[in-house]
Design a protein around this ligand. Structure first.
Ligand SMILES: Cc1ncc(COP(=O)(O)O)c(C=O)c1O
Length: 272
């Protein structure tokens, strides 16, 4: 099936969705986006993602011409035009065509829909430690320079992703948040991170079952804790079995993480 994308109000086949080479999203990497999934045609946590998209745009001094209602309508039409049981939807706002190649102007709005599959939730991930703090961490910018640049090193280390840390504290992974479980407490960083929508719902959902704490998490405690897991829209909840050469627990998905995986799958169904 030929994917249909959205660009500035028009629905067009993928090959016709084009932007000018003068857009500073291309020339300078200045743009924001959000990403979420639609399950059987239903966009999951869409209002949270639109809240974050609008907040990212405002923080980047980019004006969204479309109202919330128009954004929602465009997303629903995009989903209808790309029927698939599991669809990943990326909405992107660029810095716009810039005469001087530097100053943001009128943004371009794009929406891309592609079928995807969840990663195997039973397979724990291995993370590679990377000393790094994402720039403008609470904004979902299109800047993923370092994690993409490090891909060959990550593959050589046989890792699945990264664990960012700085000054002795962990923050997040390249595209997901990190939780540790220690003595029945669920702990996640609240500094220097992108506030994930999955993270938000895990915190809400888990509060009935665990003591839930948002605070800085040291690297030392992350390496020595009972369980570590990561959360994101395409991952949901995935256990971390290894960080560099340190095994977490016995290297398998922990018991509490498995419990949360089941709870979260059920929780998401409430939105369908
Ligand atoms: C840097 C970063 N942190 C965390 C997340 C997880 O966010 P969400 O749960 O909204 O997918 C993402 C998602 O892409 C991300 O890019």
């Amino acid at each position: 099936m030929n994917p249909i994308f959205y660009i500035n109000g028009a629905f067009v086949p993928e090959q016709e969705a084009r932007l000018s080479v003068n857009d500073i999203a291309l020339l300078r990497g200045y743009g924001i986006f959000d990403f979420f999934k639609a399950v059987n045609g239903v966009p999951i946590f869409i209002e949270d993602h639109l809240d974050r998209f609008e907040a990212s745009a405002a923080k980047m001094h980019l004006a969204i011409a479309e109202s919330r209602e128009q954004l929602r309508e465009a997303i629903l039409t995009l989903i209808k035009r790309n029927p698939a049981p599991l669809l990943g939807i990326k909405i992107v706002l660029t810095g716009g065509l810039s005469p001087d190649g530097y100053t943001p102007t009128t943004p371009n709005l794009l929406m891309i829909a592609k079928p995807f599959q969840f990663a195997d939730a039973n397979k724990p991930m291995k993370l590679m430690l990377v000393e790094h703090q994402r720039e403008l961490a609470d904004i979902k910018t299109t800047n993923y320079l370092l994690p993409i640049w490090l891909l060959p090193q990550m593959k050589a280390a046989k890792a699945d992703d990264y664990l960012y840390h700085k000054d002795g504290y962990i923050t997040e992974s390249s595209r997901s948040n990190i939780f540790i479980i220690k003595d029945e407490q669920l702990i996640t960083s609240n500094q220097g991170i992108l506030f994930g929508i999955t993270r938000k719902h895990i915190l809400k959902m888990a509060a009935k079952h665990f003591e839930v704490i948002e605070r800085p998490v040291s690297l030392e405690e992350a390496l020595s804790t009972d369980e570590v897991f990561t959360t994101g829209s395409t991952k949901r909840v995935i256990g971390i079995g290894q960080i560099d050469n340190h095994l977490i627990g016995n290297g398998q998905t922990g018991k509490a993480t498995k419990y949360l995986q089941t709870l979260f799958a059920e929780y998401e169904k409430m939105y369908l």
